[in-house]
Write a protein that binds this ligand. Structure first.
Ligand code: PHE
Length: 340
């Protein structure tokens, strides 16, 4: 009998299992009322008295060791998180992963940055909360000038004014105060205006501003740079035209239209049958603005331009309602999956 118990001890030490069910089967085999060990205890009653001491000790050892071992095996499955005792298959495919998409405004912003960086521009940013100097005064908007009405905004404090910037032109001033020419930079960012929200206007939108200041920068440079930009963004067939306009911080000022990329210039509802759509404001930096930033207007000239990213994105992707950009509806956003 001693031999048999030794053998079982060995067997139990070597037990290995691959599922929780198997542990349960082993428990029944060794430790249940009719199991191997109980049977041995029955047999124990019949052995000669002089053997009882040695066999009894070994039998008790077997029982407690079997209990320990099965407990260990059981725990190893629970820790694996597999309480059901189902085999863990690490090669099984997961549920479908849902990939996100970049927001169309980010896609087009990155594209604009890419085009201008190939023309030698680098990116700068400024704060969304501005004071009167950077948003208006340094840009030649006198205190009571009607040009301010077109850019009504949200005031955090009235006097002296702290406000949400109405355009990225404020970054022109911040950059020119910080450095002397040559300056060739673009400023992407969010801007704010007190606008009634509609399919064409919102109180929050995004702009990209460009600024180039150096010796001998001319209006021809402005026009050529913007022409290259328009063809890069909207395709080689794109034509541009400049119309005279007014901004307090550029002189002369213009607005640039591109030939309608929907109808190719023939006339459609997007271009209101004119064949042209407006995409940006631009002009030569007003000498007074250079002087405000301690740049000598006798030595340097420059040009600046600014465009609304939503507007450009609407034209590029034929999006008819500007509010879609801010609603974060996945049915809209997922259409841009795969675009970069
Ligand atoms: N800041 C102007 C706007 O928001 C655009 C602009 C920028 C015009 C630079 C001229 C030069 O409308």
């Amino acid at each position: 009998m001693l031999e048999k118990i030794e053998q079982l001890l060995q067997e139990i030490e070597n037990l290995s299992v691959s599922s929780g069910d198997e542990v349960e089967r082993l428990r029944l085999r060794y430790l249940s009322k009719k199991g191997v060990i109980s049977t041995l205890f029955e047999e124990f009653k019949t052995i000669p008295n002089e053997q009882k001491r040695a066999v009894g000790q070994l039998l008790n050892k077997l029982k407690s060791r079997a209990g320990q071992k099965l407990e260990e095996l059981k725990r190893s499955f629970e820790e694996g998180g597999d309480e059901e005792g189902v085999d863990l298959d690490l090669t099984r495919p997961t549920g479908q992963l849902r990939l996100g998409a970049r927001h169309p405004v980010s896609i087009v912003r990155n594209e604009i940055i890419g085009i201008f960086s190939r023309l030698g521009y680098t990116v700068a940013e400024g704060p969304e909360i501005e004071n009167d100097w950077y948003n208006f005064s340094a840009l030649n908007f006198p205190a009571e000038h009607p040009a301010r009405d077109m850019q009504d905004t949200y005031f955090i404090r009235q006097d002296p004014a702290i406000l949400l910037r109405t355009h990225t032109s404020s970054v022109q001033i911040r950059v020119m105060e910080e450095m002397q020419p040559p300056i060739r930079k673009i400023f992407p960012g969010r801007v704010f205006r007190n606008e009634a929200i509609s399919a064409r206007a919102h109180c929050i939108f995004h702009q990209v501003e460009g600024l180039y200041v150096d010796t001998n920068v001319s209006f021809a440079d402005l026009k050529q740079s913007l022409f290259i930009f328009a063809r890069e963004l909207f395709g080689e067939q794109t034509r541009i035209r400049l119309r005279p306009s007014f901004f307090p911080f550029t002189e002369p000022s213009g607005e640039m239209d591109i030939s309608c990329n929907i109808c190719g210039g023939k006339g459609c509802t997007i271009c209101k049958y004119t064949g042209w759509v407006e995409i940006l404001g631009c002009g030569m930096v007003d000498p007074q603005v250079l002087a405000n930033c301690h740049i000598d207007p006798e030595t340097y000239t420059g040009f600046a331009f600014g465009m609304g990213i939503e507007r450009v994105t609407m034209l590029k992707y034929q999006i008819r309602d500007l509010r879609l950009f801010f609603e974060n509806d996945v049915r809209f956003l997922k259409q841009f999956q795969g675009a970069i």
